[in-house]
Design a protein around this ligand. Structure first.
Ligand code: SF4
Ligand code: SF4
Length: 81
C-alpha cells in the first residue's frame, strides 16, 4: 500500500500553517496564485514525506488529503535509497 498526498490548490488560503507544521520540511508555498489569489501550499520535497498527516490535521481549511492507494501496476524501482 502506498500513500498519496494531495493539496487542494483552490481550497488553500496560503496561510503556511502546514509548511510550519511538517516535521520533514516537505511543504512550501507555490510561486503561482490559485483561483482565490493565494499562494497555495505544495509538496516541494515529496520524497521526504512520511504521510504522518500532521499537515492535514493542522490545516484550518481541510485542503490537504492523504489517500491510501492500493498497489496495482508494478511500481517503478527507483533504486538506491
Ligand atoms: S504528511 Fe507529514 S511529512 Fe508529509 S507533508 Fe504532511 S506533515 Fe509533512
Ligand atoms: S494549512 Fe491549509 S490553507 Fe494553510 S497553507 Fe497549508 S494547505 Fe493551505
Amino acid at each position: 500500500m502506498t500513500h498519496e498526498h494531495l493539496v487542494n490548490r483552490d481550497k488553500c488560503k496560503g496561510c503556511g500553517v502546514c509548511v510550519e507544521a511538517c516535521p520533514k520540511n516537505v511543504l512550501a508555498l507555490s510561486e503561482d496564485v490559485n483561483a482565490k489569489g493565494y499562494f497555495p501550499a505544495k509538496q516541494a520535497r515529496p520524497d521526504d514525506c512520511v504521510f504522518c498527516a500532521i499537515c492535514a490535521t493542522m490545516c484550518p481549511d481541510v485542503a490537504i488529503t492523504i489517500r491510501e492507494i492500493a498497489d496495482q501496476a508494478p511500481t517503478e524501482n527507483k533504486g538506491g535509497k
